[in-house]
Design a protein. Sequence first.
Length: 226
Amino acid sequence: MSATAAATAAVAATPKCNFFWKPNDYFGELSQWYKAPFVCDDDAFTTVDEFVMFQKAKVFGDAEMATKIIFGAYVHSSTYANMEREVKNFDQEVWYEHAFRTVVLANLCKFTQNERLREILMGTGDNVLIEINPQDKIWEIGFSRYDEWLNPNRYAAKKTGMAMMYARDLIRERLERGDEEPFVASSELPEMDIEAILKDYRARVQKLRLYKKGRIVNHHAWKKLR
């Protein structure tokens, strides 16, 4: 194989990634705040974030907050810290046990109940999905200190991309079986080994090598931020 051919093959084999955050940015449809109505367990939601807040309220027995969300009275907070304070009796350690499955379920419902969005998600192929929310310190931590960003004990919102990739795999499996029925209930969510999923995600993200000693080394990936 010639040097040129080898270089081309190496580039082709390099994992690609899709960065996302705000609804109006690149790949805004992937944003957890993108308005895409869906139903789960007979309750209607406007965004993934709204669903996550509803589940938080249920887990911690905050009926007042749950009611506000269902009737559209909830207004998203500007920071995750405020979100935690809004739900009564919120305990981050307890939420760890529920967060990942919650985000997976929300995205399964969102992307299978909206055909156009499903096509966009499937169009990302096997790309690594990375949420770059500076309010959640992913910008500072994620691109300069991988270990802290990918630590399974960190706040679950930092695993949004991982949860979406897992949801994408589940949707793809259904489509390959010829099943285009949407996810509409939590009972449809399969058992999952979260630690194994995290390990796979960690390996795939590290292969991107976005940063090396504070210097951008993957310009193709970086351009998607601009």
